[in-house]
Structures are given as structure tokens and as C-alpha cells.
Ligand binder design. Structure first.
Ligand code: THU
Length: 130
């Protein structure tokens, strides 16, 4: 399945009545499966969740755990940058070289990687004192 089309399609289902900013995300797991997510806002604003978080939750719920490619799309003037929390969430399940495409609904794309999105990422090694 095409990640771009999957992300574009799931974005239509976003629940974003407060920001009116709908985001779609699609991930491919190492098994080749595609998982999608959209942002889900809440009247208690901090309870809202990002598109990337939804896609990651769907992947984990299905039993897959390794991301090999990601695509994020929004109706933004420039290709939408994932928020800081989502960069950390992607980093949990993807290597530094995993490609991430950021896109606008108008068709602009910016290709980057998980490592470039989160330089100096905190990982389990930083808790190792032995
Ligand atoms: N949003 C995402 O879904 N992903 C991001 O990486 C950036 C922000 C959502 C959260 C909120 O529902 C809306 O965009 C505005 O911040």
C-alpha cells in the first residue's frame, strides 16, 4: 500500500474541531504492513493525541514493533513537522536512518529521517550506568 495515499485518506477522519488542523500519518512496519493514524482532539485540550501517536498505537496493537518508513501530511503551508513528542515516539520504534516524508495536502514534500528529526535522542543507553 502507498504510504502517501494511506496518510492522505486517514487525515480525512481526523477529529480536530478545536484547531481545525487535520493531520494524517502512515507507517510501514518491517513486515510490510501499513498502519495509519489521525489526530484526535479533546475539549480538555491536553488530552488530544497526534496522528503519529495513533498510527504507532495501531502498529503496536497489531503486534508489529519496527517502523521502516513514515509519512505525515497536513494542510499546512510547508510540509508539516512532527511535534517534539512525536519525534521521540517515532524514535522509540525506528532507527536513525528510517525515512520520514513530511507533506502538505497541496503536494509539497520534504524527505528527512528519524535521526535528523531528533538529533541527540534520549535512548535506553543513557540509563546504563554499568
Ligand atoms: N498534530 C499532529 O497530529 N501531529 C504533529 O506532529 C503536529 C500536531 C496535531 C495535534 C493537534 O490536534 C493539531 O495538530 C494542532 O496542533
Amino acid at each position: 500500500m502507498d504510504l502517501k495515499e494511506a496518510a492522505r485518506a486517514v487525515r480525512e477522519n481526523a477529529y480536530a474541531p478545536y484547531s481545525n488542523f487535520r493531520v494524517g500519518a502512515a507507517l510501514r512496519s518491517e513486515e510490510g504492513q501499513v498502519f495509519v493514524g489521525c489526530n484526535v482532539e479533546n475539549v480538555a485540550y491536553p488530552e488530544g493525541t497526534c496522528a503519529e501517536a495513533g498510527a504507532i498505537a495501531a502498529m503496536i496493537a497489531s503486534g508489529a514493533q519496527k517502523i521502516v518508513e513514515a509519512y505525515v501530511i497536513a494542510d499546512s503551508p510547508d510540509p508539516v513537522p512532527p511535534c517534539g513528542g512525536c519525534r521521540q515516539k517515532l524514535s522509540e520504534f525506528a532507527g536513525r536512518d528510517v525515512p520520514v516524508t513530511l507533506a502538505t495536502t497541496d503536494g509539497a514534500e520534504f524527505k528527512t529521517t528519524v535521526g535528523d528529526l531528533l538529533p541527540g535522542a534520549f535512548d535506553a543507553g543513557h540509563m546504563d550506568r554499568t
